[in-house]
Write a protein that binds this ligand. Structure first.
Ligand code: ATP
Ligand code: MG
Length: 201
């Protein structure tokens, strides 16, 4: 059985926190590929000023081009209406029939999975890799799973990664304030942000 890692996110913009989590998950869990899927209209985000899907995908493609195990998909940004993970996973299961699916999230996103649409369905379909994210402790969440949903505990895996307190929100604010973002994300992504005038006032 092959293994497919799935890295979903707004990626507005993609940064080294995402890339390190994906790469460490790939190595630790022997994933054959990691698929980066920028979200369409994220159901959980109330930001109205999310960059166009094509721009976020372009930044993702630039960021992952030098890693042969990384690939991207436009499936969510091309879909009409809000993107629900459960629908994405159903499609992925159809398109990657020989692969076991591993959904990679930071601990902030992991703590929210019970609020996802059709959470129970999702939790039985795939494996989860929760990459430690500075400031977001998952131990309460794991205790809750142990108490209330012990049947899925075996499918939730914790992953320690070199802690990077980088967020897209912080990067956007830095650009807005004219502060440096170099070394927080790949240089090609930084240049795209500059060329396209993203996140500036
Ligand atoms: P925003 O500030 O706009 O929410 P973000 O930096 O949180 O952006 P997302 O696109 O929301 O990035 O996150 C996509 C996925 O990557 C989520 O599962 C998130 O938990 C994870 N992630 C983001 N940043 C890090 C990081 N620094 N370390 C580990 N995981 C991360
Ligand atoms: Mg986020």
């Amino acid at each position: 059985m092959h293994k497919l890692g799935i890295m979903g996110g707004t990626f507005d913009p993609i940064h080294y926190g995402h890339l390190v989590a994906a790469e460490m998950a790939r190595a630790e869990f022997n994933l054959n590929k990691v698929l980066f899927i920028p979200t369409g209209i994220p159901p959980h985000k109330d930001r109205r000023d999310i960059s166009a899907g094509e721009l976020r995908l372009e930044m993702v493609e630039s960021a992952i081009q030098d890693n042969p195990a990384f690939t991207s998909s436009a499936m969510e940004i091309e879909r009409e209406g809000p993107s629900y993970t459960v629908e994405t996973l159903r499609l992925l299961r159809k398109n990657w029939p020989d692969y076991e699916l591993y959904f990679i999230t930071g601990t902030d996103a992991l703590r929210e999975i019970f609020s996802w649409r059709e959470a129970e369905e999702i939790l039985t379909m795939i494996q989860f890799i929760g990459a430690a994210r500075p400031g977001f402790d998952a131990s309460d969440f794991l205790l809750k799973v142990q108490k209330e949903h012990p049947e899925i505990l075996g499918r939730i895996h914790s992953l320690e990664v070199p802690a990077l307190a980088i967020s897209s929100t912080d990067i956007r604010m830095r650009v807005k304030r004219g502060e440096p973002i170099r070394y927080l994300l790949p240089e090609g992504v930084r240049q795209l942000i500059q060329q396209r005038g993203l996140y500036a006032e």
